[in-house]
Design a protein around this ligand. Structure first.
Ligand SMILES: Cc1cc2nc3c(=O)[nH]c(=O)nc-3n(C[C@H](O)[C@H](O)[C@H](O)COP(=O)(O)O)c2cc1C
Length: 176
């Protein structure tokens, strides 16, 4: 089976964990999987050596990271020469209907902005790590959660990621 490279940009580690879960599925199915950060200096060589690419990134204050757009701008042809997929992680996706490429405003924005047209797309709910956030971020996220009807107790971390969805998506992407 093709060697899959999973690339991630992750601030609190959830997107990386999703990549690890996908890599586990790939290995269970007999494939090879390698995980690298989008900030890794070996990034381009590793992408060139892979047969399939999966890229994941998370939303902070409404945006995907600059390093994601830089990687795409500099390597679009390389990405599109392989089977490729993109997933986005955010907390809005904890709500039904917002965890699909069609239902996610972040994914629509990404598709408008990106010259890369991924062959496969997915949107996953992330996690709230109140206990790890710096003061300003904790206050801002609490405010957003209060406005959107989410958990606001700063002593409790909450994981919204649907791991069955992650495994289902990874298996489906392997078949294409
Ligand atoms: C400072 C901060 C800002 C965030 N802004 C948004 C946002 O605008 N929209 C959203 O849906 N989720 C937002 N989130 C939630 C993250 O996307 C979510 O926690 C995700 O799991 C982070 O993934 P990562 O750990 O891989 O970076 C924010 C989280 C933090 C800490």
């Amino acid at each position: 089976m093709a060697a899959v490279l999973l690339l991630y940009s992750s601030r609190e580690g959830q997107t990386r964990r999703i990549c690890e879960c996908m890599a586990e599925v790939i290995r269970e199915e007999g494939g090879e999987a390698r995980i690298l950060s989008l900030a890794d200096p070996d990034l381009v060589q590793a992408a060139a050596d892979s047969e399939r690419l999966i890229v994941g990134a998370s939303i902070h204050y409404g945006r995907l990271p600059t390093e994601l757009y830089r990687f795409i701008a500099e390597n679009c042809a390389l990405i599109e020469a392989r089977a490729n997929a993109f997933f986005c992680v955010n907390l809005t996706a904890r709500k039904p209907g917002k965890d699909t490429p069609e239902g996610s405003a972040y994914m629509r924005k990404f598709l408008k902005k990106s010259p890369w047209r991924p062959m496969r797309l997915a949107v996953f709910a992330g996690a709230l790590y109140y206990t790890r956030y710096a003061w300003y971020d904790r206050m801002m996220i609490r405010l957003i959660m209060w406005i959107t009807g989410g958990p606001t107790d700063p002593r409790r971390d909450v994981e919204f990621t649907d791991w069955d969805q992650v495994r289902r998506v990874a298996r489906a992407w392997l078949k294409t």
